[in-house]
Design a protein around this ligand. Structure first.
Ligand code: COA
Length: 421
């Protein structure tokens, strides 16, 4: 593969986000204003918003979630940025990963020096059945959707294929959920800031308070195997294998590398970038790997000139627990079929040799789909600058990676960040 690189370097100098969760009464614009304010405060040396030359936002479906199809200029107006060019891009759950890529290309081409990137989604105003339908429009409307596939169903398909091929069991998926809830507890922005053990205790307390029989579980795994506590959504994906329905917004500030030092002494240089696509699930040669992600990772490693083992901190797209398992193999951290053993050994825990999803991942932090890719970048920004507080991953985190999937893996976007000081 010929490696084609940007004409000039791009750096990330600011990042902010709302909490992820459900926020009745707030729309995506309200949320984006909050994220923008936090991003502004994160730029160490400050900046004048008048210096922003373009806005690119990722949004999957405000059209169906909140009746707002056309978005870019409305969002620009909400943060006082008109009349700059303001665009919205869509790539299902990778919408803001794509927004980041488009912003990088805008600066890399020389068209602008300072670009604001956003991600936003407001899902919780609709009832769950309708949310499921809206999300399912990211699946194939000719064959998958009419056959009854929802997103939990599509990822259940990948999970059963992986179990069949490599001998993994549902316990592997449960261990991913346990780990990501452990990490999410340390993230004040997470939708589920509770360990599974805390959730068990609260269910027991609530049953006792209501005078009902108090359920007993020996361990978190015991709880997750309980069909009542953790029902199947689409077997083998149970409730705790799914990311939740979320609202949220994220704002990132990108600048041309040569002016980064006037914004901060701790810029992150975006040295690797890749994007891939794939065919629908029913046409794939394999369901245990996502080709779009392998292609995106290959491009990102090649443009960055680094190898998987060089990466110190990494956020992957765990919309369902199986997606995290496949991601750590597609990114080259573990060989195909070995990821489930690594998870069983705890290698991907926050303090392990290959920390994955220190933020809590989509599972625990939340998954407002259009905001997710940019949200992953916020975590890498904080971790690599040593600003992640109690969830700080130890060590010299000079290289970080984000992996953002669209739909069932029809699209994937990977970025690699470098801290040079
Ligand atoms: N993980 C763990 N617990 C969850 C959860 C999740 N993903 N979603 C909801 N819960 C909990 C709630 O906190 C609540 O707990 P409580 O009874 O102790 O208060 C309980 O489950 C019921 O919550 P509710 O909001 O009624 O759940 P729901 O049945 O409406 O939704 C799912 C559950 C799994 C169907 C929903 O989260 C979902 O569709 N997730 C997947 C989203 C998706 O497909 N995204 C795109 C990915 S590509």
């Amino acid at each position: 593969m010929a490696v084609k690189k940007l004409k000039r370097g791009v750096a990330l100098v600011g990042a902010g986000m709302t909490s992820f969760g459900t926020f009745p009464g707030l729309n995506t614009r309200d949320l984006f204003v909050q994220a923008f304010q936090e991003m502004r405060a994160s730029v160490d040396k400050g900046f004048d918003p008048k210096d922003i030359e373009a806005l690119v936002i990722g949004n999957y479906s405000s059209t169906m979630f909140e009746g707002q199809n056309f978005m870019g200029p409305y969002v620009a107006d909400a943060v006082g940025l008109t009349p700059i060019p303001a665009s919205r891009v869509e790539c299902a759950c990778a919408s803001s990963g794509l927004a980041l890529r488009q912003a990088i290309m805008t600066i890399g081409s020389g068209l602008a020096d300072v670009v604001l990137v956003g991600g936003l989604e407001k899902e919780s105003d609709l009832p769950i059945a309708r949310v499921t339908d809206v999300l399912a429009t990211a699946s194939d409307s000719v064959y998958e959707n009419p056959a009854g596939f929802t997103f939990p169903g599509l990822y259940a398909l990948l999970a059963t294929a992986y179990m069949h091929r490599y001998g993994a069991t549902p316990e592997t998926f449960m261990k991913i959920a346990i780990k990501n809830h452990e990490n999410g507890v340390l993230n004040p922005k997470a939708q589920f800031g509770a360990r599974i053990a805390d959730i068990m205790a609260s269910k027991q307390k609530s049953a006792a308070k209501r005078g009902k029989p108090v359920p007993q579980w020996d361990s978190e795994l015991d709880f997750l195997k309980d069909d009542q506590a953790n029902p199947a959504i689409a077997w083998p994906m149970r409730l705790f294998d799914c990311s939740p329905v979320s609202d949220g917004a994220v704002a990132l500030l990108l600048v041309a590398e040569e002016i980064a030092s006037s914004f901060t002494d701790k810029p992150l240089h975006i040295i690797g970038y890749g994007q891939g696509s794939d065919v629908p699930t029913y046409e794939r040669e394999s369901l245990t790997s996502i080709k779009a992600a392998r292609v995106a990772a290959e491009q990102a490693y090649a443009t960055a000139g680094v190898k998987p083992q060089d990466i110190k901190v990494c956020e992957v797209h765990d919309c369902f627990t199986i997606a995290e398992l496949i991601a750590i193999e597609d990114l080259g951290f573990f060989k195909p079929g070995e990821g489930h053993k690594a998870i069983a050994e705890g290698l991907t825990s926050r303090l392990g040799p290959r920390p994955i999803n220190s933020s809590g991942g989509l599972k625990s932090k939340g998954h407002p789909v259009g905001a997710t890719g940019a949200g992953q970048v916020v975590e890498v920004f904080k971790q690599m600058r040593g600003e992640a507080g109690p969830r700080q991953v130890p060590g010299d985190l000079n290289l970080g990676l984000t992996h953002n999937l669209g739909g069932s893996g029809m699209a994937a976007i990977v970025h690699i960040f470098e801290r040079r000081q």
